[in-house]
Design a protein around this ligand. Structure first.
Ligand SMILES: CC(C)(COP(=O)(O)OP(=O)(O)OC[C@H]1O[C@@H](n2cnc3c(N)ncnc32)[C@H](O)[C@@H]1OP(=O)(O)O)[C@@H](O)C(=O)NCCC(=O)NCCS
Length: 148
């Protein structure tokens, strides 16, 4: 077992101050980190190598008016040089454990059909393919920063 995998919480902002390239799509912004970490419904697990974030998995647990909460796992990624060492699985497991602790009955994650690594990872962790296909809605916003 190599590297440290941990869930972040309020006040852990500095941990996201040292992030390897490719972990996130864009540079981390302190005000967004603060908003994320302050939200009790948002969760992020990071993999650290000598204090540098080399992988992360993020999620939202959402509540319903009538039934137990669910966790939506939003992103799972490990930098290329650290793949194949179990970090992706540990990041995923950290979120699944948090989901169970929060009383969620289900967690779900989407990936592309051709992403063999992700499909294998999710199956190995006990995930099963759901029935039905997702729909996605995109919103064009005026602010240039809002584009994907
Ligand atoms: C998918 C990803 C997170 C896996 O991270 P990782 O640290 O390499 O995964 P692990 O070492 O924990 O492997 C977990 C399992 O997945 C399998 N796996 C991981 N990458 C694989 C690959 N490219 N091909 C086949 N199997 C793979 C491992 O063999 C292992 O399965 P096992 O337990 O049956 O042996 C990583 O490849 C990645 O960041 N990819 C780019 C981002 C991405 O696609 N994220 C998912 C988007 S939804």
């Amino acid at each position: 077992v190599e590297g440290e995998v941990r869930l972040l919480g309020p006040g852990d902002d500095a941990v996201l101050g040292a992030v390897a390239a490719e972990v996130f799509d864009r540079p981390v912004r302190p005000e967004l980190v603060a908003e994320f970490l302050a939200s009790p419904n948002h969760h992020i697990a990071v993999a650290l190598d000598n204090g540098v974030v080399v992988g992360m998995a993020s999620a939202l647990h959402y509540v319903h008016p009538d039934k137990p909460a669910q966790m939506w796992i939003n992103e799972v990624g490990v930098v290329p040089g650290h793949r194949g060492r179990g970090l992706g699985r540990r990041l995923l497991d950290a979120l699944l454990e948090a989901a169970r602790g929060l009383g969620c009955r289900e967690a779900w994650v989407l990936t592309e059909r051709d992403n063999a690594g992700a499909i294998r990872l999710y199956a190995a962790a006990g995930g099963r393919e759901p029935a039905g296909e997702p729909a996605i809605f995109s919103f064009a916003l005026a602010a240039p920063e809002a584009a994907p």
